[in-house]
Design a protein. Structure first.
Length: 535
């Protein structure tokens, strides 16, 4: 249930915090006082679009908070509106507005002022019928069949009806994958090829340089012999110069080793035109792949992975295309059958709704009303393969017609309540009605108040109303009062409640006769409270 609602700068309501009791809660006030804003606050908490026009003159931001008890758990919802947009909060944590809608989906249902007009639209009538169907598997069966046909048609669209173009693409992609596979380049192979190409391309010049260096090293070794002999004699004459002799001897050894290494390198360096041609051919192949598929081997490999994936997709499409006509015919037949089953189920559900609604309408002042829901066959669409129209006559002796043409405002208000009661309100534990009693008065208003009170016996109902006959049935009463550009909201107890009922009855809150009528009306309402009969 909704336990408490707090608003600030919501239209003309500067600030208000009011508790909500279980059962039937009525919100009343003078015309223009802002009572409908309370349901506007509730709509905001259900994730409805936040309009900047709701921001009042008492600040730069509007804020709404509501404390709910859902399955024994306390949950706080909040919403703020500022000129740049809105924010939503769940238990103090910022969330998308859709998170509020998801959390309260099926918990809160709001019947707005213009809902009676929605009865003129097939979508709204179909929604009432489907509410009666509840979890009937025919609804899911039709949705599944519709989705299956859409998927087949999506494949058709992707194919574009041109198998030759798809075949050409498959050939191209297969060639690209094969070309890269045949080349079989390893990561890092490009660097290795560049080094080997440079080595083989310079082999002749390197061999000439090595030959010249080998000759010069030979000359140097021939000239180092006398130097070694002199160093050894010096060491014999002066032992302190032994280190010098060792250095000269090591130089001789280094020259000998270098000569040997240079000779081996020179002898191993021979031009290999065939190997160079193979390396350059491989480099040319890599350059060709780079131009087509990427700047390096890693990018080429990445292209191949994508191409393989696309090739598998095309092969699957081509394979499926061969059986697509059969799949489409099967999906179409399944959808038509599901549409027929759903249409029959809606006809049966609408018959139950009509029977129950007529009973409620008789209690709401119609002597012999006639309600009819015509469910006809139509081309399949996402919601079904049927047309739906609601027909109404205030008396069975009249010819029924579309509700928008034959029903008055008061009749529409009673009709929407009767249909709501007849079709059920699903699992919604909180149902809010925004002045659906417009155009109703007298005895009929008492019957409507009784109906709303009965509805509230197993759920919380919030009713914005201007009728004392309806307000008298409420378990608790909230009054919205306006003074100039400011409005206040308060929960009224019995004495203050009688004053409000008197105002609603006669326009005089302090009239003694008005108080007498208010007490009489309140007593009548309390005495007539009875459990809501099951349909």
């Amino acid at each position: 249930m909704l336990d408490e609602l707090s608003v600030s700068n919501l239209g003309i309501i500067e600030t208000a915090r009011v508790g909500f009791m279980p059962g039937m809660v009525v919100v009343s006030g003078e015309t223009g006082a802002g009572k409908t804003l309370m349901l506007g606050a509730l709509r905001m908490l259900t994730g409805a679009p936040a309009r900047s026009g709701l921001i009042g003159p008492h600040g730069r931001e509007t804020r709404v908070e509501g404390r709910f008890f859902l399955d024994g758990e306390e949950v706080v919802f909040a919403r703020s509106i500022h000129p740049g947009g809105s924010r939503a909060y769940l238990d103090g944590r910022m969330v998308p507005a859709r998170a509020l809608a998801e959390r309260l989906d099926g918990v809160v249902e709001i019947v707005g002022q213009h809902d009676p007009l929605s009865l003129t639209r097939p979508r709204a009538v179909r929604g009432l019928i489907d509410l009666q169907l509840g979890s009937d598997p025919v609804l899911d069966a039709y949705r599944d069949a519709w989705q299956a046909l859409r998927e087949v048609e999506a494949v058709r669209t992707e194919l574009g009806g041109d198998m030759r173009a798809l075949a050409r693409e498959m050939d191209l992609v297969a060639y690209q994958v094969d070309e890269i596979d045949r080349a079989d380049f390893r990561l890092g192979e490009d660097e290795e090829l560049e080094i080997e190409s440079k080595r083989l391309g310079n082999a002749e010049e390197v061999a000439d340089l090595m030959a010249a260096a080998h000759r010069d090293l030979n000359i140097a070794r021939d000239h180092i012999g006398p130097v070694v002999d002199a160093a050894r004699r010096i060491r014999g004459l002066d032992p302190a110069q032994g280190a010098l002799a060792e250095l000269v001897e090591s130089l001789e050894a280094t020259l000998t080793d270098t000569l040997s290494a240079m000779r081996e390198a020179w002898e191993g360096t021979e031009p290999d035109p065939e190997a160079l041609a193979r390396i350059n051919q491989r480099l040319n192949l890599l350059g060709d792949l780079r131009r087509k598929y990427g700047s390096g081997i890693e990018e080429i490999h990445s292209f191949r992975r994508r191409a393989r994936t696309r090739l598998a997709e095309i092969e699957g499409l081509v394979e499926r295309a061969s059986r697509l006509d059969t799949e489409h015919a099967t999906a179409t037949g399944r959808l038509l059958e599901a549409g027929r089953e759903l249409r029959l189920a809606r006809k049966e559900a609408s018959a139950r709704i009509v029977e129950n609604a007529c009973g409620h309408l008789r209690e709401l002042g119609f002597s012999d009303p006639l309600v009819r829901v015509e469910v006809g066959e139509a081309e399949p669409r996402s919601f079904g393969a049927d047309t739906v129209q609601l027909l109404f006559a205030s008396d069975s002796r009249l010819v029924p017609g579309p509700v928008g043409k034959v029903a008055s405002g008061g009749e529409l208000s009673r009709l929407v309540l009767a249909l709501r009661l007849a079709s059920g309100t699903g699992a919604a534990r909180i149902v809010a009605f925004d002045e659906i009693d417009a155009g109703v008065g007298g005895t009929t208003a008492l019957a409507m108040g009784s109906k709303l009170a009965r509805l509230s016996e197993d759920r919380q109902t919030v009713c914005v109303s201007h009728l004392p006959q309806v307000a008298a049935f409420a378990d608790s009463h909230i009054v919205v009062e306006r003074e100039g550009t400011r409005a206040g909201v308060r929960l009224v107890e019995e004495d203050a409640r009688l004053r409000e009922l008197s105002r609603m009855l006669s326009g005089l809150a302090d009239s003694e006769q008005g108080h007498h009528h208010a007490r009489e009306l309140r007593s009548l309402a309390l005495a007539s409270r009875a459990p809501l009969p099951t349909a």
